[in-house]
Design a protein around this ligand. Structure first.
Ligand code: 5RP
Length: 224
């Protein structure tokens, strides 16, 4: 099976976690996109969705799914999203698609986080995938120095094919920190959250996934 077929399989399996009559939180990225396409097939069963990025909002709306502003929603039954790395305990690195801040916000008001990922994302220790950190542009250099002091190699994310900084949906910049072996994800998340100028860190450990649907050649594995 190709990686896309594995992503499609977990996207299909995630439909079982959709709660009828509710508003669903929807993540960002290629796996989330497959999920949105599956959600479209049962859109009459849900009230609508809260999106974690402008791209997701556009894809949901393109399928005729009502997109709600989070400010108008008190609680979300389930949030479904991909990950760049996930441990068996449900801690994740996210933000490869630069949507980490909104993903964290939508996840924070969701009762259940269902992670959907192809099997290559399961790791014992996170950090091989460079850890994304969203920062306010004026704090870019100051935060970069502090991230380097933590032992990583921070690098400003650029708009593909340019030497211009990538700008997020929130007007932030992304610093990708390579070379961290993340043995204590909760402590590192708290430490980076304390750096002034950081908008959000792509470590989802304090609030990890409740369920992970992993796509493998032998079928979808469920980790809880
Ligand atoms: C976006 C994310 C994505 O969930 C993560 O990058 C995984 O993406 P994909 O499903 O394309 O592998 O965190 O900010």
């Amino acid at each position: 099976m190709t990686q896309d077929e594995l992503k499609q399989a977990v996207a299909r399996a995630a439909i079982d976690y959709v709660v009828d009559g509710e508003i669903i939180g929807v993540g960002t990225g290629s796996t989330a996109n497959f999920f949105i396409d599956e959600l479209a097939k049962i859109k009459q069963r849900i009230k609508g969705a809260v999106a974690s990025s402008e791209a997701t909002a556009a894809r949901l709306a393109g399928h005729g799914i009502a997109v709600f502003d989070l400010n108008d929603v008190a609680e979300i039954a389930v949030y479904i999203d991909g990950a760049d790395e996930i441990t068996a305990a449900g801690a994740m690195i996210k933000g490869g698609g630069a949507a980490l801040t909104r993903e964290k916000i939508v996840a924070s008001v969701s009762k259940q986080f269902v992670c959907i990922a192809d099997g290559s994302k399961l790791v014992e220790t996170m950090g091989k995938f460079a850890l994304p950190v969203e920062v306010l542009p004026m704090a870019r250099a100051a935060v970069t120095r502090q991230l380097a002091a933590l032992g990583g190699q921070p690098k400003l994310r650029l708009k593909p094919g340019t030497d211009q900084a990538f700008i997020t949906d929130n007007g932030g910049m992304i610093i990708d920190v390579a070379g961290l072996a993340i043995s204590e994800p909760v402590a590192l998340e708290q430490r980076i959250n304390q750096i002034v100028g950081v908008i959000a860190v792509g470590l989802f450990a304090q609030r990890g996934a409740n369920v992970c649907l992993l796509g493998t050649p032998d079928g979808v594995r469920t980790l809880t």
